[in-house]
Design a protein around this ligand. Structure first.
Ligand code: GTP
Ligand code: MG
Length: 628
């Protein structure tokens, strides 16, 4: 669905032209009727000879109402620039044309109106030539200029045909699955409640859809929907719609707010990085941090312009800038904006958003940041993806470029291609910069190696012990470790990781401690030391004792009560015989048989219970599951 928009100086006949084309008077406010001028946006629609229906937005021409013009023109597909033949080119003709160019409106038609007033054919020719020369170098350079009179009807048929021909050439708005309705009007209908209108972009709405209002975050539902005064249950992208929203008060919504699908509330930031061009007729340079009015979609916001790398921007020049706002703002990459000076009120420039989720710039942007923004000027999707990932080094693929004019499917398809070209690494739900991936791989290997070097006795390092030193999200870390293990660069055993060459080893001092400890177990067979006793008796011996437990040479029954492995195995065998003979064993049996005290026999039997060799029944143990 296409939307055209009028543009041109006050009284040049924009509203009359809309009425002549559509039979709808776009001036609806009583004050507009009284003053005979358009104050705010008006809307109409027409069926073209080809059968297509287009919407038309009518804007005011008075210089006082330019702030109402921009919200109307930001969403149009083509312009209808009206120039009165008796007046010729005038200041707001010029200003509106600049706005159209800055907003990226690529085409249009010029209506040279009021030709009924011109009797001098040469004059008319001169005016037309002047108009053509002023269009040179602008987006309307090749626009047809059609002579019309809304009063006599001259040229209206030709104009209709030209509109139809242009509409056939324009491609319809895309559905990228991110419906977005920047609100341009809010009103209340008795009995129905709040109605908002706007030009729907980037997706489709259905009646009944759950939606959110940005920036307030209010949730609501589309109760009913109208397009061109007809009820509809589905609305196409690019169409003018009126949404009746459930459960809202008039004061809950304003022009400039945005309606989006509930699960796609846009991400917001107070800082937008952009490319700005100052108009050559801006007269005075723009100073760094100057306060201006910024127009984004249907919003008017007070903001400051931080010029990157310069103190001022001269008329006609362009620069990378950061737009700074007092409040959170929703914008998308590639979105056009306009800036106006407040006094004297004047459109001075505009540009395109490069990063809608920027961080506040420090005193000056780093060369990396400048390079990042410069790359984005192309708006190429691969570049956008790679630069977005470069912000942190990784990004969640499902969240990637949510604030862009690309569908999630398209983004994911490009992400896949980029990973095939090895320009990014896909890990779990993330896309990671190859350099960051490699760095982290090396870091993991050297962290594990370093742990080994400081404590070679330890057979490996638990993943959790090193993960905390890494900035990457846990899922990326997991994927990275998995890949290292799969490639044989890392060994995972139980829950620890080690390098293939790093077998655990003892220092000479630890080796002698090992022998002393094992000697204690050989000499004190029935009263061997506990872990804490070993620690107390021999300095620095605890890691060695743990090592012996880990190696299985000592058996820890829990709480540090230990027996030497062969001794323990002998006890196990005899307990099995006793159980088979007597059907049960008691703590006393163990003590008597093996010469142990309760200090050892109680934890020993509990340990055997855990192994399933014995099972407690009252005061005695019977055969456990493992023995049955
Ligand atoms: N003679 C003559 N007068 C016209 C023609 N078209 C419009 N007018 C008159 O010009 C005046 C302004 O017309 P509008 O349609 O309100 O002009 P506009 O461009 O919408 O004005 P603003 O909304 O205030 O910017 C009205 O008095 C119209 O009747 C025309 O073709 N010939
Ligand atoms: Mg008007």
């Amino acid at each position: 669905m296409l939307t055209f928009g009028t543009a041109g100086h006050i009284d040049h006949g924009k509203s009359s032209l809309v009425k002549a084309l559509t039979s709808i008077d776009p001036d609806r406010l009583p004050e507009e009727k009284k003053r005979g001028m358009t104050i705010d946006l008006g809307f109409a629609w027409m069926d073209l000879p080809s059968g297509e229906t287009i919407g038309i937005i009518d804007v005011p021409g008075h210089k006082q109402f330019v702030h109402n013009v921009i919200p109307g023109l930001f969403s149009i597909d083509a312009a209808l620039l009206v120039v009165a033949a008796d007046d010729g080119w005038m200041p707001q003709t010029e200003e509106h044309l600049r706005i159209l160019d800055l907003l990226g409106v690529r085409c249009g038609i010029v209506a040279l109106n009021k030709v009924d007033l011109i009797t001098d054919a040469e004059w008319l020719e001169e005016v037309q030539k002047d108009v053509a020369s002023r269009l040179a170098g602008t987006n309307l350079e090749n626009a047809p200029i059609i002579r019309v009179s809304t009063r006599s009807g001259i040229g209206i048929t030709e104009l209709t045909q030209a509109i139809d021909a242009l509409a056939q050439k324009l491609s319809p708005r895309q559905d990228i699955g991110k419906p977005r309705l920047p609100i341009d009007r809010v009103f209340v209908i008795k009995g129905s409640g709040v109605v908002v209108t706007g030009t729907l972009s980037q997706g489709i709405f259905h009646t009944g859809d759950a939606v959110n209002i940005t920036p307030s975050g209010l949730s609501t539902r589309i109760r009913s929907m109208e397009s061109f005064k007809k009820n509809t249950s589905v609305s196409a992208p690019g169409v003018r719609v009126a949404l009746n929203l459930a459960g809202l008060k008039r004061t809950d919504v304003h022009r400039g707010d945005i309606v989006t699908a509930e699960r796609q509330s846009p991400l917001l930031s107070r800082f937008l990085d952009a490319h700005l061009t100052l108009l050559s007729d801006a007269e005075i340079p723009l100073k760094n941090m100057a306060e201006v009015l910024v127009y984004l979609e249907t919003r008017e916001l007070l903001g400051r312009i931080s010029i990157i790398g310069a103190k001022t921007l001269e008329p006609g020049e362009s620069a990378l800038v950061q737009l700074r706002f007092q409040e959170d703002v929703s914008a998308f990459i590639g979105e056009r904006f306009i800036i106006r000076r407040q006094s004297p009120a004047r459109t001075i420039g505009g540009g395109v958003v490069l990063d809608p989720l920027a961080e506040k710039l420090k005193l000056s942007a780093t060369p990396e940041r400048v390079a990042f923004l410069q790359k984005r000027l192309t708006q190429d999707l691969d570049t956008l993806i790679l630069s977005e990932i470069s912000k942190k080094g990784w990004a969640e693929t499902q969240q990637l470029l949510l604030n862009s004019l690309h569908s999630t499917d398209d983004i994911l398809a490009h992400v896949k291609q980029l990973s095939e070209q090895k320009l990014l690494v896909l890990a779990a739900d993330y896309a990671v910069q190859p350099a960051v991936w490699q760095d982290n791989c090396l870091k993991v290997l050297s962290a594990i190696d370093a742990k080994y070097k400081t404590n070679p006795i330890q057979a490996g390092t638990p993943q959790a012990a090193i993960q905390k030193d890494f900035a990457v999200p846990p899922d990326i870390f997991d994927a990275l470790v998995q890949q290292l293990v799969a490639k044989g660069k890392l060994v995972r055993q139980n829950d620890v990781l080690y390098l293939p060459g790093n077998a655990s080893a003892l220092s000479p001092q630890q080796e002698s401690l090992r022998q002393t400890i094992l000697g204690m177990f050989a000499t004190q067979v029935t009263t061997p030391p506990t872990l804490s006793e070993i620690g107390k008796r021999l300095a620095n011996s605890l890691p060695v004792a743990y090592y012996l437990v880990k190696q299985g040479l000592l058996v820890d029954f829990g709480g540090g009560v230990l027996l030497e492995k062969a001794h323990f195995e002998g006890i196990c065998r005899e307990v099995t015989v006793l159980l088979k003979q007597n059907g049960h064993v008691s703590i006393q049996d163990i003590n008597q048989h093996f010469g142990l005290s309760r200090k050892y026999s109680v934890p020993l039997l509990t340990y055997l219970d855990r192994l399933g060799i014995t099972r407690r029944e009252g005061d005695v143990r019977v055969a456990g599951k493992k023995l049955l």
